[in-house]
Write a protein that binds this ligand. Structure first.
Ligand SMILES: CC(C)(COP(=O)(O)OP(=O)(O)OC[C@H]1O[C@@H](n2cnc3c(N)ncnc32)[C@H](O)[C@@H]1OP(=O)(O)O)[C@@H](O)C(=O)NCCC(=O)NCCS
Length: 162
């Protein structure tokens, strides 16, 4: 298994991982599946500074991806990023999410980042546990800011100081 920078040709596999979440879970508040064009824009936004990384298994299948994004475009926030990661539903519970989040934390340290923020749906216990297991602490909650699958959803904000 390797973690490497994503390329445009990975988009179909990344889309299939992400759109599964869009349609089946509250891990993202997107409601309509994303298109290749949407992901091309995400690639453009990330560029070389905050690349998208994929986890590729020994059969060259992409089983997860993740990235850091600026917390805000305002310059004063330049030492703070947010993390995002998605593991293919068939490959969860095998330590891959933890490996990828550890990798993203190391990348943030290399870039002299001081804070990583995670905004996680309150019902996403696996992601809350994953982040807490790597030192993130809960710093707040935004109640009922989301609405998906006919219910209101809250966001828990976690913070890791580097
Ligand atoms: C959250 C997610 C990234 C975790 O990835 P994963 O590869 O399944 O997780 P791992 O096997 O590396 O487990 C790491 C830790 O997460 C927690 N965890 C994982 N699965 C869990 C589950 N089903 N229930 C509770 N905690 C769980 C545990 O704390 C675990 O640590 P431990 O094994 O030492 O107890 C994955 O479930 C996922 O992609 N979910 C959908 C997308 C998503 O929620 N992304 C995050 C958006 S904020």
């Amino acid at each position: 298994m390797v973690i490497r920078k994503a390329t445009i040709s990975d988009i179909p596999q990344i889309l299939s991982i992400y759109n599964y979440e869009v349609l089946n879970s509250t891990s993202t508040f997107d409601i309509r599946p994303k298109s290749t064009e949407d992901f091309l824009k995400i690639f453009d936004r990330h560029g070389p500074k905050n690349p998208i990384y994929v986890v590729e298994n020994n059969s060259k299948l992409i089983i997860g991806y993740g990235y850091l994004s600026p917390f805000s475009e305002k310059e004063g926030y330049s030492l703070t990023v947010e993390d995002s990661l998605y593991i293919h539903y068939l490959y969860r519970g095998r330590g891959i999410g933890k490996m990828l989040l550890k990798f993203l934390i190391e990348k943030a340290k290399e870039d002299q980042i001081k804070n990583i923020i995670a905004k996680i749906c309150a019902e996403n216990q696996p992601s809350l546990n994953l982040h807490k297991s790597l030192g993130f602490t809960e710093v707040g909650m935004l109640k009922h800011v989301g609405y998906k699958f006919g219910r209101y959803l809250s966001i828990i904000i976690l913070h890791l100081t580097l």
